[in-house]
Ligand binder design. Sequence first.
Ligand code: NAD
Length: 391
Amino acid sequence: MDIKLSSILTKRIMVCGITALVLFALRRLPASSTSNKFSLHEDGVMHVLVTGGAGYIGSHAALRLLKDSHRVTIVDNLSRGNIGAVRILQQLYPEPGRLQFIYADLGDATSVDKIFSENAIDAVMHFAAVAYVGESTAEPLRYYHNITLNTLLILEAMAAHDIKTLIYSSTCATYGEPDKMPITEATPQVPINPYGKAKKMAEDIILDFSKTSNMAVMILRYFNVIGSDPEGRLGEAPRPELREQGRISGACFDAARGIIPGLKIRGTDYNTDDGTCVRDYIDVTDLIDAHVKALAHAKPGKVGIYNVGTGKGSSVKEFVEACKKATGVDIKVEYLSRRPGDYAEVYSDPSKINEELNWTAKYTKLEKSLAVAWRWQKAHGKGYGNSFGRL
Ligand SMILES: NC(=O)c1ccc[n+]([C@@H]2O[C@H](COP(=O)([O-])OP(=O)(O)OC[C@H]3O[C@@H](n4cnc5c(N)ncnc54)[C@H](O)[C@@H]3O)[C@@H](O)[C@H]2O)c1
C-alpha cells in the first residue's frame, strides 16, 4: 500500500514537474524572442522610449511613432493613464519587436536604470508628468517631485547609458504671464504656479546638462492641447476624480453628456476682449507631428527650444461656443470667480518652429478638433472601459 501510494505520488510529481517545465518554456520562448528585439539596436529601426505613453498625449505619440515604423517602449505607472490605451496600441501593432509596455514609476531610480540597461533605446520622449495647474498650487511638493526630480533621474540614467536623444514635454506655463503677446521662445520665463516652475526647473537641469554632453535635445513648450486621433482609435480619458482639476475640453464634453450639470467658467474680469481667459489651443495630431519633426531634426550636442501652438488665441467663451456646435448640445454655463494660478492671456508665436522644423499647425479650427474628440467621447462613454490602472 505504502509502495503504491509513493509510486502514485512520484508519478504525479513528475507530471507536475514536466507540465511546469513545458509551461515555463512556452512562456519564455515568445517573451525572449520579443525582448531580444527591444534589447538590440537594429539598423534602420529607431527605438523610442515613450514615458507616460498610457496618457493622453503619450498614447497619441506612440501611435504615430508605430505608424512611422519605429520601435516603441512605453513606460508608465498608470497613476493617471489608461492601460486600455496601451491595449489598443498592442492590438494595432501586435508583431514582435514593435511595442512593449513597462509598468514602472519614474521616481524609482533602480527601475529607471533597469529600463535603459535592458533595452537598446535610441531616443526618449519624456511625456510622463502630473499636469494640472490648479492641483499644483494645492500639492506643490508632488509636482516638484514628479516633474523636476523624475526628469533628473531620467537624465542621469540616459547619461549613464549614453542615450543619444531627448525630446522633452514642456509647457507655456513656464512663461507665466508675460506683458507682451505673442509669446516667443525669447520671452522671459517667469512661471507663476508650481506646475510651471517645476517644468522650468526641469528645463534648466536639461539645459545645464546639455552644455556638458553630446546629447541631442529638443524642448517643446506646448500650449493648450485638444482633440484626438482623427481615426477614432484613441482619445482623452482622465479618471473621474481629476474632472474637477480638469481641462476645459473634458469639462465641455462632460457637460454635453450630462455627467455634470453645466460648465463653470472661472473668471470673467480678465483683461481680455470678453473678460474670459484667452488660450492657444493646439490639436494633439499637430502636436505629435511637431515631436516627429523634432526627432528628425535633433542634432548631437545641440538644444532646440520651440513653442508648439497655433499662434492664435481663443477665449473661453469662444471655446464654449465651438464646443456647443461640435456636440450639438446647448451646454449650461455658470460664471464664477477666478481660479488661483490662472493667467489672462496666452498665445504663441510659432514662427521659430515653422521656419526651423518646417512645422505648421494644420488642425486650427476649434470646432473641428472638438468634433473629432467628441466622436470618440460619445463612442466611449466610460473612456477606455474603466480599466485605468488595472493591468
Ligand atoms: N495636456 C496639455 O494640455 C499639456 C499642455 C502642456 C504640456 N503638457 C505636458 O504633456 C505631458 C503629457 O500630458 P498629458 O496631458 O498626456 O497627461 P496625462 O496625465 O494624460 O499623461 C501623463 C502620463 O504620465 C504617467 N505618469 C505620471 N507620473 C508618472 C511616473 N512617476 N512614472 C511613470 N508614469 C507616470 C501617467 O500615468 C499618465 O499616463 C506632460 O508632461 C504635460 O506636462 C500637457
